[in-house]
Design a protein around this ligand. Structure first.
Ligand SMILES: [Zn+2]
Ligand SMILES: [Zn+2]
Ligand SMILES: [Zn+2]
Length: 358
């Protein structure tokens, strides 16, 4: 019986400290169970996390005492049990004392407040910084990335924040350099199409009073994060970030397009209307042969597109990939339609376009 209780309680404790995703979706996490006490994270970000870290520390410190109680309830009559109860009761009591220290004297010793103190201008209160952070967190253009079930990384217009169980790391974007330190890749499928790469990023503050921190995100999440950062994440030469599936597709797409015959136009090529960065350099020119009559009834055959040269090869490749169906291995064999006139075309019909004399 004791072994069963011990095993059960051990598993329960792990699930409380590191909740698996099933617990999170079932609403069984400290933050979700105490939702009404914590209030709204969106309205009062700092206040919410001050309360959340306090409750988390208190609950985690009570877990050993809970174990002794479980043994008592299970009918264990070990003579040492009352002594164990007294000993384990000391842990939450000490924690209560510590939490009281956090909250007294204007909460200046609370770890969440401590992380804001470097940004408090002399003569003002930490609540000013907190109010600024709260306002920015409410903004819809922040980027929040879930690192695991208990930690999160948030980038607002001027702040970078890492939220963990007991504390917050806060740094101003302007005072900090983000450097990729390592990567690791995982294959989800044997063919390697769904390769996922994670990057470890270290936030190195330029001020000595702000603590460094690291976080680990997927390359895809990093791409979502980049536009929100005032300075891009520095990637040292020895680290290579995995291109996304679309980027890899566009590279292959370009190789195939280059094998098609060149289409010469009699005027200068304009900028691509998709990206406005590179000259338009592909022309949709029907070259493929219509399917023989006995195969008719399949997908609609290609038609001639009469549009001018409007797109660059990368934009056309991305357009193709965005509309492709089925597994990526079959994308090149499919068909797309001209973004402007909707004429169907296949890969054979995408010709590199050149202006005269180039
Ligand atoms: Zn383009
Ligand atoms: Zn067209
Ligand atoms: Zn075709």
């Amino acid at each position: 019986m004791d072994v069963l209780v011990t095993l059960f309680y051990f598993l329960f404790s792990i699930c409380v400290v590191y909740p698996p995703t099933e617990f999170v979706s079932a609403g069984f996490t400290i933050a979700q169970l105490f939702e009404s006490f914590l209030g709204s994270e969106n309205m009062n970000f700092i206040g919410y996390h001050m309360k959340r870290t306090t409750i988390t520390a208190l609950i985690h410190s009570s877990l050993p005492l809970g174990y002794v109680f479980c043994l008592l309830l299970a009918g264990d009559r070990n003579p040492w049990l009352p002594a164990a109860a007294a000993a384990t009761a000391i842990i939450p009591l000490l924690m209560c004392y510590r939490l009281l220290c956090w909250w007294e004297n204007g909460q200046a010793r609370h770890p969440v407040v401590k992380s804001l103190l470097p940004y408090v201008t002399p003569g003002t209160d930490w609540r000013l910084v907190a109010a600024n952070l709260n306002i920015e967190f409410r903004n819809v253009d922040k980027v929040a990335i879930q690192l695991n079930t208990t930690s999160r990384f948030v980038a607002t217009e001027t702040w970078l924040i890492k939220l963990t169980q007991y504390k917050l790391n806060v740094v101003k974007q302007g005072d900090c350099t983000l450097v990729a330190t390592a990567t690791d890749s995982h294959n989800l499928t044997p063919s390697g199409e769904d390769e996922v790469q994670y990057v470890n990023i270290e936030a190195i503050p330029t001020r000595d009073d702000v603590e460094r921190f690291t976080f680990r995100i997927s390359t895809t999440a990093l791409r979502d994060l980049q536009p929100r950062l005032s300075q891009a994440v520095r990637v040292p030469d020895h680290i290579s970030l995995l291109p996304t599936l679309i980027e890899r597709f566009v590279t292959v797409f370009k190789q195939y397009v280059d094998q098609n015959p060149v289409y010469y136009v009699d005027q200068e090529l304009e900028l691509c209307i998709g990206c406005m960065q590179y000259p338009a350099d592909v022309k949709l020119n029907k070259r493929c042969v219509a399917p023989p009559p006995h195969l008719e009834g399949g997908p609609p055959p290609c038609t001639q597109c009469n549009c001018r040269v409007l797109w660059c090869c990368s934009c056309m490749g991305r357009w193709w990939a965005a509309r492709a169906q089925g597994p990526p291995a079959g994308w090149l064999a499919g068909r797309a339609t001209c973004p402007v006139c909707r004429a169907a075309f296949c890969l054979l019909d995408v010709c590199p376009a050149r202006a005269p004399g180039s």
